[in-house]
Ligand binder design. Structure first.
Ligand SMILES: [Zn+2]
Ligand SMILES: [Zn+2]
Length: 127
C-alpha cells in the first residue's frame, strides 16, 4: 500500500511574485522608518508608530494593487483567466463612425464569469 500524503495544493510561486513581495516588504519597511523619523522630528513622538504603520500599510496596499494589475495584464496577454487559469474568450468590437468612440476589447471566462473590458483600437477599426 503506497504511503498517503495529505493533499496540499501549493499556490504557484513564481519569481515574479516573490520579487513583488520582496519589493513590498522593503518599500513598507523603508516608509515606516522614514515616517517614524519625520514624526519624531516634528515632535509627534506618541503618534509616530501609528502614523508609520499607516504609511507602511498604504504603501503595501498600493504595491499589492500594482502587482495584481500586473498579473492580470500578463494573464490577459496569454489568454488565460487571471482567476481560474482556464482559457479566455477574446472578442473585439470595432469602433464605428458615429457609434462607439473607440474599439472595445473584451475578455471573458466561461468557467468563473470573469469579465474584463478595455478600449482598444485596432487597424481595422473605423477612424
Ligand atoms: Zn477594431
Ligand atoms: Zn476564469
Amino acid at each position: 500500500m503506497p504511503a498517503r500524503y495529505p493533499r496540499v495544493s501549493h499556490p504557484r510561486v513564481s519569481w515574479h511574485r516573490v520579487s513583488w513581495i520582496l519589493l513590498g516588504v522593503v518599500a513598507s519597511t523603508a516608509w515606516f522608518a522614514v515616517s517614524l523619523r519625520l514624526m519624531r522630528a516634528w515632535g509627534l513622538h506618541e503618534a509616530a508608530p501609528a502614523i508609520g504603520l499607516l504609511t507602511a500599510t498604504a504603501v503595501a496596499v498600493t504595491l499589492w494593487r500594482w502587482a495584481r494589475s500586473d498579473r492580470e495584464q500578463a494573464a490577459l496577454a496569454e489568454l488565460r483567466c487571471p482567476r481560474c487559469r482556464s482559457a479566455l474568450r477574446e472578442r473585439h468590437q470595432h469602433a464605428r463612425p458615429g457609434g462607439v468612440a473607440a474599439g472595445i476589447q473584451r475578455w471573458s471566462c466561461e468557467r468563473c464569469d470573469y469579465d474584463h473590458v478595455e478600449p482598444l483600437t485596432c487597424p481595422g477599426c473605423a477612424a
